[in-house]
Ligand binder design. Structure first.
Ligand code: ADP
Ligand code: MG
Ligand code: MG
Length: 897
């Protein structure tokens, strides 16, 4: 017996038996066919029909354009069954059955393949239908549509020719819509269309219904390998060997008068997720009119007024479908003389906000479980809440001038400012909205970036300075806009033929990477969204991993806490050293010639640091706060060597200011003495603490003084002192022992004990390899995965990201950027080992991660897997990490089953 190529809509049980599961049914019958069959099974009104399988399509294409054996016989048999149900016969001059022939692959490929409606019409059957309906206008409208669609889809006639004819008739009749043309018009149009087909395709429009049907089926099969479809599959990552199914569906008519209509709808609002049907319809029209936009559609609420009975039925069906599919549905329907027919259903596309709300609502309605709700929302979608978005309508109208890399999500609008100082001045003093536009950014541009609403650069990649800082501070950013030419002299920029001056408005979308001219209006979503709060609170119940935040200032800590952070995993103390009133003291401390000078400078810095820490402890009352001791090389706090050299040379030549020259010369000598060939691997981290113990001792004193003071006020403090860049246990032994001594000393002075820990960052492979030894001292580990990735790979991120790393990614030498997602097989292996070895020595060792990876969902999953206690990330990514951690825990639970 030949294979079963054809399934009636009421044979879904057979398809399921053959395909084993629903995935398989969708693969066999295509998404559209599977759902038409499923709707039929659950009693939703679907016009009778059948599906020719994707296997038949593949066999047809493989067999060089011949229907596989048995397919046509099975098609005719299925057609007879459909005739039986419909009470009409295909090609019958008295009571003809008309059908549509619709493509439908496993995954929807909107607009990529074609559909032909009204198959079965010819001069004879048209006469029969006119006798039955007494509505020649309707019949000839349907007939001309068949010739038009068949002509373009099956016979390859360009659609414009048909449209021209229609336009001519509308003009002569003085009407603007096809629906205002008369029966005679349509009759004449049908004849003209047939003439066009004859001329252009050099073939007659086939009048035999059977021939129409078989040619239409072939055309749909072939459309799978059309250029449009292939390009789409390449872009969407859909496999090329799936094939498309063909659905033959009894025609129902929305164009049979005022009590007929056709429309599309979403069962919930796709933008907000609100529980209300959203859609468009037209009375007296056929399906494609709604999507084609030839007539202005009307909102679905009006249908309730116009055809209340049919609409009531539609609402019930919509609810039924949602319940059945346990998801929001996107449906097509037609009402023929008051009777509702469903023509398609599928899971609806929606915004992130709608996704969250629908997941929460459906869980509360009992349609899905909380666990499913938590799994359904993608962590990246949560990101949406944290950044403003462009108003979708306004964005459609906006003037797009360029596109670059979408490195930090959100929409930003502002006036172009070409440097950090201008950006800051405009924003702070003149309260202007600013977008900072630079070829690239550097650490000393940060003040401008913070003041700006968004950042746009012409150079740089996903890991560029601009991208990192933007993400850290939640600033929308588009980088690497190669077409952007910035002239800092004339304060002008050119992009794709468009010239803009400093001070003109632009809008950037960090979510998509688009750049627009002018001010595009924005809407501000936020984390106070009650649905998001609820979803995250459910997520918190499932996760095992804690989520902490990286925050240097009390205001960041407060925000982090509002977003749900359970601790501070990294407070970088050096940021505080850069502030204007502190930097001179820092420099004095570095340049000090004597112990006394150094002590003097450090004494000045102590109160600043203490105040910083007090603020943090108060903000994090009851939660742990990890403070990292000074990490970067000292020269970062001093003026740049090249600039100094230039200044000194100038002063020497002009001999203007002797005092100035002397002081600059001293500075230059100091800077020169501190110059290193590889500062990243030089005197920094714990090495610096050992080299200048007074500095880290001052920091620890400030930490403990702040903690004791807060504790006396009743704040519940848990300071954790973190020593960076340890490579050998002896480094920790020396440094930590000295610092613990200071801590104890302060507590004695203050007459109060606080709960504290000392620990280290694991960011050098040697530390990971000897973690058992390190854990003799460290009470906690925190993976600095940025440095650990650099040192494990032996590459400098700054050099790599602006150069060969991008090439590696393009050439697929590396599967992904190890600075974005943890390199599990390399860096990850070291982490796993460090956790294991560390806990062997100290079973209650607290282990976390404070690298940027802590906010990357994939890395969060990995951290869960290797048993970390927490991930720490930027405050803006805390909600994302909470969801990712829950999904990791639930994913693990699923794997167990
Ligand atoms: P697409 O995938 O491009 O939406 P469809 O196969 O769903 O293509 O059909 C295009 C339009 O024709 C839709 O509006 C659909 O509802 C309508 N349509 C398809 N088959 C029928 C039918 N048998 N009766 C009435 N309308 C139909
Ligand atoms: Mg459709
Ligand atoms: Mg580091």
């Amino acid at each position: 017996m030949p294979k079963k190529w054809v399934y009636l809509f009421d044979e879904v049980d057979l398809a399921e038996k053959r395909a084993k599961n629903w995935e398989g049914v969708r693969a066999l019958l295509g998404g559209k066919g599977a759902n038409l069959a499923e709707m039929t099974r659950i009693g939703v009104p679907v016009p009778p029909g059948f599906t020719i399988t994707t296997e038949a399509c593949n066999a047809y294409l493989a067999g060089g354009g011949k229907f596989p054996e048995g397919m046509w016989t099975q098609t005719l048999k299925a057609l007879r069954a459909v005739e039986e149900k419909a009470g009409k016969r295909f090609g019958d001059p008295k009571n003809p059955l008309l059908v549509s022939c619709r493509s439908g692959a496993k995954f929807s490929m909107p607009g990529m393949m074609d559909t032909v409606l009204n198959i079965g019409l010819n001069d004879t059957t048209a006469e029969g239908m006119i006798r039955l309906t007494s509505d020649p206008r309707f019949v000839f409208d349907a007939y001309r549509r068949l010739v038009q669609m068949f002509g373009s889809v099956v016979m390859g006639v360009a659609d414009e020719a048909f449209e021209e004819v229609l336009a001519g008739y509308r003009r002569r009749a003085g009407v603007s819509s096809d629906s205002d043309l008369t029966a005679d018009d349509f009759k004449a149009i049908t004849a003209e269309f047939q003439k066009i087909v004859r001329q252009q395709a050099k073939q007659n429009f086939p009048t035999d219904p059977m021939e129409q049907l078989s040619l239409a089926i072939e055309a749909v099969f072939k459309s799978w390998n059309g250029k449009r479809a292939i390009d789409y599959r390449n872009a969407a990552g859909i496999a090329h060997d799936l094939g498309t199914a063909v659905n033959i569906v009894t025609m129902v008519f929305g164009n049979m008068g005022k009590d007929s209509a056709t429309g599309v709808a979403m069962t919930r609002n796709a933008t907000t997720g609100e529980k209300e049907i959203e859609g468009d319809f037209l009375t007296n029209a056929q399906g494609e009119d709604v999507v084609a936009g030839i007539r202005t559609t009307r909102p679905i609420e009006d249908l309730g007024k116009e055809l209340p009975k049919a609409y009531g039925q539609f609402e019930r069906v919509a609810r039924r479908l949602e319940k059945h599919y346990r998801n929001m549905q996107d449906v097509e329907f037609t009402i023929e003389r008051g009777k509702l027919w469903m023509l398609q259903t599928r899971d609806g596309k929606r915004t992130a906000q709608a996704e969250v709300r629908i997941a929460v609502d459906m869980a509360e309605e009992g349609m899905i479980t909380k666990r499913e709700a938590v799994i359904r929302v993608k962590p990246e979608q949560v990101d949406f809440y944290l950044h403003p978005q462009f108003d979708p309508l306004a964005r459609k109208r906006a003037e797009k001038i360029a596109a670059g890399l979408n490195v930090s999500p959100g929409a930003a609008v502002g006036m172009i400012a070409f440097d950090a100082d201008t950006a800051e001045k405009w924003a702070k003093e003149q309260k202007r909205q600013v977008i900072m536009v630079r070829p690239e950014t550097k650490p000393d541009d940060v003040h401008g970036m913070l003041a700006a609403n968004g950042i746009l650069t012409s150079k740089g990649g996903r890991t560029s300075h601009a991208a990192l800082v933007a993400r850290q501070f939640g600033k929308p950013a588009v980088v690497g806009v190669a077409a952007l030419d910035i002239d800092l002299e004339t304060r002008k920029m050119q992009v794709n033929g468009r010239a803009l001056q400093e001070g003109e408005w632009i809008s950037i979308d960090g979510t998509t990477g688009e750049v627009f001219a002018g001010q595009v209006p924005t809407i501000q979503p936020d984390v106070s969204d009650p649905y998001l709060i609820k979803l995250l609170s459910w997520a918190d119940k499932f996760r095992r991993l804690e989520v902490w935040a990286n925050a240097d200032y009390p205001r960041d800590a407060e925000r982090a806490r509002r977003f749900g952070a359970q601790g501070i995993g990294l407070c970088r103390t050096e940021h505080m050293f850069f502030e204007t009133e502190r930097l001179p003291h820092v420099q004095k401390m570095i340049l000090a010639k004597t112990e006394e000078e150094r002590e003097e400078a450090l004494k000045k810095l102590l109160p600043f640091q203490r105040a910083d820490f007090e603020g943090l402890f108060r903000a994090m009352d009851g939660l742990p706060v990890i403070i990292r001791l000074i990490d970067p090389p000292m020269h970062e706090f001093l003026p740049a060597h090249d600039t100094l050299l230039q200044e000194v040379t100038e002063l020497r030549i002009t001999r203007r200011d002797k005092a100035e020259l002397e002081s600059k010369e001293r500075m230059l000598a100091a800077v020169e003495s501190m110059r290193e060939a590889n500062p990243m691997l030089g005197l920094r981290g714990v090495r610096l603490g050992i080299h200048i113990p007074e500095l880290t001792k001052m920091q620890v004193r400030a930490i403990f003084e702040a903690a004791c003071r807060c504790a006396k006020e009743g704040v519940d403090v848990h300071p954790e002192v973190m020593i960076p860049l340890t490579a050998h246990v002896n480094e920790l032994k020396i440094q930590q022992t000295a610092l613990e001594e200071v801590g104890r000393q302060v507590m004695k002075e203050q007459g109060i004990d606080v709960d504290y820990k000392f620990g280290t960052m694991i960011e050098i492979p040697r530390a990971a390899l000897t973690a058992d030894e390190i854990a003799e001292y460290a009470q906690f580990f925190s993976f600095g995965t940025n440095d650990l990735t650099q040192t494990t790979y032996g590459i400098s991120r700054d050099d790599a990201e602006s150069g060969f790393l991008m090439e590696y990614l393009e050439k697929k030498i590396l599967p992904e950027n190890p600075f974005a997602s943890i390199d599990e097989s390399g860096v990850g292996k070291l982490m796993e080992m460090a956790v294991r070895l560390g806990r062997k020595t100290r079973p209650d060792l607290e282990v976390g991660i404070c690298g940027e990876h802590g906010g990357d969902p994939k890395s969060v999953w990995f951290c869960h897997k290797i048993g970390l206690n927490y991930v720490s990330c930027s405050p803006f990514r805390v909600p994302i990490a909470r969801l990712a951690a829950a999904q990791a825990a639930l994913g693990e639970a699923n794997l167990d089953k």
